[in-house]
Design a protein around this ligand. Sequence first.
Ligand SMILES: [Zn+2]
Length: 524
Amino acid sequence: MRNSTLITFVFFLFASHVSSQAVVPDPCRADFSGTLGFLSSDWMEGREAGSKGSFMAADFILSQMLQMGLEPGAGTQASKQFFQNFGIIRYKSVKSEFALTDQSLKALSRRYFIPDVDFVIESGPSGFQFEAPVVFAGYGINAPREGYNDYGNINVNGCIVLVLDGFPGENDTSSIGWKKFGNDAMNEFHRLESKQRNAMENGALAMIVVSREGGKNMTEGKEVNKSIAQSAFVKAEEAGYEDYNYALPDDPYLIPVCRPRREAVAALLKDTGLDLKEAEKRISERLVPESLEIKGKKVYLAAEINAEPVLVRNVIGHIRGEDTTRSIVIGAHYDHLGMRYNHIYNGSDDNASGVSGMLAIAANWKRSGIRPPYNMIFAAWTAEEKGMLGSSRFMRDHPSGKQKILLNLNFDMISRSAPSDADAKVISIGFLRGTDHLKTMAVKYNGDLKKPFNLDIWETSGHGGSDYVPFAMEKIPVMSFFSGFHDDYHSPRDVYAKSDLVKMEYILILANKIILGFLSTNKF
Ligand SMILES: [Zn+2]
C-alpha cells in the first residue's frame, strides 16, 4: 500500500515534461485494421523470412513509415536507412550417426543406431565427427551457490558426457535436490544451453542427454521434435513445424547434443554397472555427484550438415527525441511461417497484429508533432519464427555505449483470445524480473481504462519465446504484450477475419498510455 502511494506521488512530481496525454491521440481501429488486413493477405504468402512475401511485407511496412514521416532507424550515422539487411544460416542435418564400440568384444566393430528412430542429434550449422570415451556427469550442472558440481571430481576433457535432463529431485518434491533446485530461479540450471556450456568449459566434445525415468521429456527418437512442438501448449498443424534450423553467422558455438531413446542408452550402459535410475535417486536424496567414467565403451557421433545463407531484413524507423543518446524500442515481428503443402500461413494474429499495432502507435506519435524526450525506435523484426534472429541481430549490432535503450515494448499476437477467455478480457504482459515500477505503471493505466483488462502479469529473466528476449538478456526493461493462445496458433487458420479489432484497439490504447507514462515520468 505504501509503495504504491509513493510511486503515485513520484508520478505526479514528474508528470510535467511530456504532459501530452491530451495531445498524442490513442490508436483506433482505422489506424491498424487496413495494415493488419493487408499484411495478413494471401499476397504476402505467409511472410516467411527471406521469401518473396517477406520482402513485399518489408516494402509495405517501409511505405507506411515513409508516409507517416518517420526517419530511418537503421544503418550507420553517415548513411541512415530503414532496412537492416543481414544474412542468416538455414541448415539441415543430412546425415547423422551415433554408434557404439564395445571394447570388451573381440571384434571392435561399431554398432550403429538408426537416426530418427534410436536417436536425434541437435547441433549448430557446422558438421562434426568424433569417437571418444563417455563420462557420466550426473545432471551436467555446476551450481556453486548450492555447493553442487557434477564436474567437480571428474575429467571430461576430450570426452563425450552423458547427462540426465532436468535437475536433481525434479520428480520428488520432498527430496533435498528439490529443496535446493526446485524453485523457479534455480531452473536456469536445467536449461540445455547451460548444460552445454558447462560441458564445453570442461572440455567435452558432445553431450548425450538422457530423459529421466518418468520425466516429462521422455525421448523416443523421432518423437523428440513432436514433443517439443506439443509442449508449446499448442495444437500445431502436422506440417507446421520446421525441417530446417536457423542461426546467425556469429552465434557462439555450442557442442552437439545427442538424444538417444532408452534402448540405445541401455546398450551403452550394459555391463558398466551404472544404473541411471538408481543414480538419479541417490543424487536427489543426497545431492552428492555420482559422476564416473564409463569404462570399456566408446561412442562415435557424426553429422553432415547442409547449410545455406538467406538474406533477410528488419525494417526500422524512428522519431528523434530531445535526448538522442537514449531510446525506447517499440517492436513486433512481421515474419511468419510462409507456405507449406500449398497452404498459406497468413499469420494474422502472429504477428501482423503486432506490426500493425506498432505502426498505429508510430503514426499517432508522428501526427501529434510532439518531440519525445528520448528517441522512439519503431522496429518490424524479421525471422522471429526462426529463433528471434531479427531482434537478436539488432541488439548485437547496437552501439550500446552510444545509444542506451531504456525500454523495449514488444507486441506479439495481440488480436485474439484464448478459448478460456471467452469475454476477451485477458491481456498478458511480460516484464523483466525486478522492474516492479513498470508493473505498477501498467496496473495503474489499466485501471484508468473504461473497461480494464484482467492483467496476466509474468516475468522473464532473459529467456522466452518472443523478440523481448535479446533485450531482457541485456537486462533492458521489457514489456511484452500478448492477448492469448488460441487454437489457430501456427496454423493456416490464423486469418484476418478472426481478429478481435475491439480488443486489439484497447490493448493499443493501454500500451500507448504506458508509453506516455514512461516517457513523461522517467528521469534517468
Ligand atoms: Zn509465431
